[in-house]
Design a protein around this ligand. Sequence first.
Ligand SMILES: NC(=O)c1ccc[n+]([C@@H]2O[C@H](COP(=O)([O-])OP(=O)(O)OC[C@H]3O[C@@H](n4cnc5c(N)ncnc54)[C@H](O)[C@@H]3O)[C@@H](O)[C@H]2O)c1
Length: 283
Amino acid sequence: MIKSVGVVGAGTMGSGIAKVAAFAGLEVTLVDVSPDLLKSAMAKIKADVRSGVEKGKITATEGTEALAAIHVRKSISDLGNVDFVVEAAVEDLTVKKEIFSRLDAIVAPEVVLSSNTSSLSITAIASLTKSPESVVGLHFFNPATVMKLVEVVRGKQTSDQTVKTTCDLAAKMKKVPVVCRDTPGFIVNRIARPFYGEALRLLGEGVATVEEIDRIVKLEGGFKMGPFELMDLIGIDVNYAVTKSVYEQFFQEPRFRPHPIQRQMVEAGTLGRKTKKGFYIYK
Ligand SMILES: NC(=O)c1ccc[n+]([C@@H]2O[C@H](COP(=O)([O-])OP(=O)(O)OC[C@H]3O[C@@H](n4cnc5c(N)ncnc54)[C@H](O)[C@@H]3O)[C@@H](O)[C@H]2O)c1
């Protein structure tokens, strides 16, 4: 029975996952290499809890108990005793492989090590561990506190027991797990590639503006958010990394090619909502 969860990475996704896990009654240890990001993650979680209490969505006691269940730590070595790990660090295979090999050295072989990667190979992430059967993808969507779907990604060597444990934990977190095979971008991010890619091409060719494309997609397509609003929410850097990763993993398949607009925005540090400037300006 899973009672405690370690979350590696306290950025956009890790902070949301930590909050979801704490509200599911789990003890959470949240780790990040950046003390500043840990501090801002906890400030954001506290503000969200306060707002939930004010709106009457949760009681003050529930809020206090959930906050008390989140423990902030600076090092992965503090995760030796957790029952399950969710890694939500940057979308970089080298970084993730290093994190997984460090985790593998300190947890028991049956502890499930999951990655929230949006696109990278679970099989490759598992490759440096001694227990690849315990490595799985657990892909939450943004915002993790709101979105119901999670993709449970079965790597080449992931065991049935690991998939079951992960699906059970997702259900405990009130999420809806969908199991899929290990393929670049899995299901949702594969489908979403042309959504962003064609919007960027239309913008690059001067066919329409950011606002016009978003408005049309919402008005006529019935989408809740346009592609540019969504890229700003995800983070331009994260979306660019995912695009590059899917493109490379499909042997530079032209239909998945990243757009220079993405690269330029990353170079400029205009990363969307998290930097208050992306395709839109945020106050
Ligand atoms: N942003 C999204 O919409 C979204 C949605 C689903 C999945 N994801 C995936 O979730 C993961 C995290 O994305 P994010 O948007 O939260 O990124 P982010 O940039 O907001 O946060 C990443 C965090 O990882 C930390 N980090 C980097 N290296 C680390 C290490 N070695 N050990 C511990 N912490 C480390 C960074 O300090 C940062 O706080 C990525 O794999 C991404 O593809 C993102």
